[in-house]
Design a protein around this ligand. Structure first.
Ligand code: ARG
Length: 460
C-alpha cells in the first residue's frame, strides 16, 4: 500500500472498510477544476512571498495543467486510497514533478482548501442556475405572448374565484422565478469570500498574502476570521435554501400544469414531445416531466434538511462530518437545473385549449365580485353589496343559471339598486375589463407587465 500523505505518525495502514467508508473522491472529484484553480493561485502567492521559488511555482503550475488535461481526457487515475480530490491531485502532482509538489501544501490545510474549492464550485453553479432561470422566464413570457387575450378562471381554494388573463397567471410564475434568482444573487455575494490561508483553523505564521489569493480567485476579500473560514457552511445552507424555495415554486407550477392537463380540466394539451405513455393502458398520455418536477422538489428540500441536520450539533472548527456537505449540494444543483430546463421545455410545448376554456368560463360566477364592486360604485357599502350579490348567486343556484341570465326584474327583486347598466359588469368578458388597479388582471395592467418583462428579458 502507498503511504498516506498524512502517514508520518502512523504505524498501521487503515483497513479497507475504513478506506471505503471515509473516501470522498468518488464524488468530490467534481471539484477538480476549482481545486486546480485554487492550487495555482496558492502556488503563485507562495512564490510571490518567497516561500517557494519561481521555478517551483512554474513546475507546479505546469504539472497541474497537465493533470487537468488528463482528467478532462479521462486519462486520470482516480484512487480511492488517496481519499479525496485534493490528495489525489497533490499525490499525482508529486508522482509527476517530484520535490516541488511537496511544497504546494505550505500554509494550507485541506480544511481551507476544500472550502475554497467548494465556494468556487457553488459560485459557478449559481451562475448556471441563474442562466437557466432566465431561460425559463423567457419561455413563460413567450407562452404568454402566444396567448394574448385568453381569459381563464382564477382559483382560490381550488374553487372558481375571479376571471384572470392567462398572461397574468404566467407572469406570476415569472415574478416568483425573479425573486428566486435574486436570492441566489444575494447568496452569491455573501458567499464570495475566500477561506484560503485560514489553514487548519488558526491561520499560519508563514508570511502568506491572503489578499493576493483572494483576488486571483475572483473573491471579494479573504474571510476575516480563520476559525469561521473553515467552520462555516452557512453559505451552502443559504444556497440550498434558495434552491428549495425555487423547487417549491416549480413544484407548484408542475402541479398546476398536471391538473390543467387532466381530462377534468382539459385546459392544456402538452405536445407529445413532452409527454410519456403507459406500459399497459394504450390510450394514456401523461405529463410525466411536470410530475417529476413536482416529485424532484422533494429531493431539493431533502438536500437542505440533510445539510441543516448535518451541521446543527457540530462544534467549531472543522469536523469530518462536514465532508457530507458535498453530495446534497451536488444533488440539489443537478436536480434544480433539470427541473428548470424541463419546465422551460414544457412551457414551450403547451397548447391552451381555447374552446374548452371558453366553455368552462360561465360556471362558478367569476363575475360576482365585479358586480359587488358595481354596487359599491353606486354608493352601497361593500358588506351590504356582498350580501346582495350573495343573494343573487343563491337565486342563480336555485335556477341553475348565471348572474348574466337574471333579468333586471329578478335582480331588482333582490335589491332595487340594480339598473340596466349592471349588464356592463356581468359576464367574464365584461368583468375582466373592469380591473384597473396597479398589478391587477385588467388588460392594460397586464400589457404593461408584459412590456416590462419582454424588455427586461430582451425578448423581441
Ligand atoms: N474531504 C474532506 C472534506 O470534504 C477534506 C477535508 C479533510 N480534512 C481533514 N482534516 N480530514 O471535508
Amino acid at each position: 500500500k502507498e503511504a498516506k500523505l498524512w502517514g508520518g505518525r502512523f504505524e498501521e495502514s487503515v483497513t479497507d472498510a475504513v478506506e471505503r467508508f471515509t473516501e470522498s473522491v468518488s464524488y468530490d472529484k467534481q471539484l477538480y477544476k476549482h481545486d486546480i484553480m485554487g492550487s495555482k493561485a496558492h502556488a503563485s502567492m507562495l512564490a510571490h512571498q518567497g516561500l517557494i521559488t519561481v521555478s517551483d511555482r512554474d513546475s507546479i503550475i505546469e504539472g497541474l495543467n497537465e493533470i487537468e488535461r488528463r482528467i478532462e481526457n479521462g486519462e486520470f487515475n482516480w484512487r480511492t486510497d488517496r481519499e479525496d480530490v485534493h490528495m489525489n491531485i497533490e499525490a499525482a502532482l508529486t508522482d509527476m514533478i517530484g520535490e516541488p509538489a511537496k511544497k504546494l501544501h505550505t500554509a494550507r490545510s485541506r480544511n481551507d482548501q476544500v472550502l475554497t474549492d467548494f465556494r468556487l464550485w457553488c459560485r459557478d453553479a449559481i451562475d448556471k442556475i441563474l442562466k437557466s432561470m432566465k431561460h425559463l422566464q423567457i419561455s413563460l413570457v413567450t407562452l404568454a405572448l402566444k396567448n394574448d387575450g385568453l381569459i381563464v378562471p382564477g382559483y382560490t381554494h381550488l374553487q372558481r374565484a375571479q376571471p384572470v388573463l392567462l398572461q397574468h397567471l404566467l407572469l406570476a410564475y415569472v415574478e416568483e422565478i425573479e425573486r428566486d434568482a435574486g436570492r441566489l444573487v444575494d447568496c452569491r455575494a455573501r458567499m464570495n469570500f475566500c477561506p484560503l490561508g485560514a489553514c487548519a483553523l488558526a491561520g499560519t505564521g508563514l508570511p502568506i498574502d491572503r489578499f493576493m489569493t483572494s483576488e486571483a480567485l475572483g473573491f471579494t476579500a479573504p474571510l476575516r476570521n480563520s476559525i469561521d473560514a473553515v467552520s462555516d457552511r452557512d453559505f451552502v445552507m443559504e444556497f440550498l435554501s434558495a434552491n428549495a424555495i425555487t423547487a417549491v415554486h416549480l413544484s407548484r407550477l408542475g402541479e398546476e400544469w398536471v391538473l390543467w392537463a387532466s381530462e377534468e380540466f382539459g385546459f392544456i394539451t402538452p405536445s407529445d414531445s413532452v409527454s410519456t405513455g403507459s406500459s399497459i393502458m394504450p390510450q394514456k398520455k401523461n405529463p410525466d416531466p411536470m410530475e417529476l418536477v413536482r416529485g424532484k422538489s422533494a429531493r431539493v428540500i431533502g438536500d437542505l434538511v440533510t445539510l441543516l441536520t448535518l451541521c446543527k450539533g457540530l462544534p467549531h472548527a472543522y469536523n469530518r462530518d462536514l465532508q457530507e456537505d458535498k453530495e446534497p449540494v451536488f444533488d440539489s444543483v443537478k436536480t434544480i437545473l433539470g427541473m428548470l430546463e424541463v419546465s422551460a421545455e414544457f412551457a414551450l410545448n403547451i397548447t391552451y385549449n381555447r374552446e374548452r376554456i371558453q366553455k368552462a368560463l360561465p360556471a362558478g360566477h367569476l363575475d360576482a365580485t365585479t358586480v359587488a364592486d358595481y354596487l359599491v360604485k353606486k354608493g352601497v357599502p361593500f358588506r351590504t353589496s356582498h350580501d346582495i350579490v350573495g343573494r343573487a348567486v343563491a337565486l342563480c343556484t336555485s335556477k341553475n343559471c348565471q348572474l348574466l341570465d337574471l333579468t333586471l326584474d329578478e335582480l331588482r327583486s333582490i335589491d332595487t339598486i340594480f339598473d340596466q347598466d349592471v349588464y356592463e359588469f356581468l359576464g367574464v368578458e365584461n368583468s375582466i375589463q373592469k380591473f384597473s388597479s396597479y398589478g391587477s388582471t385588467g388588460s392594460a395592467c397586464v400589457a404593461s407587465q408584459l412590456h416590462y418583462w419582454t424588455k427586461k428579458l430582451e425578448i423581441n
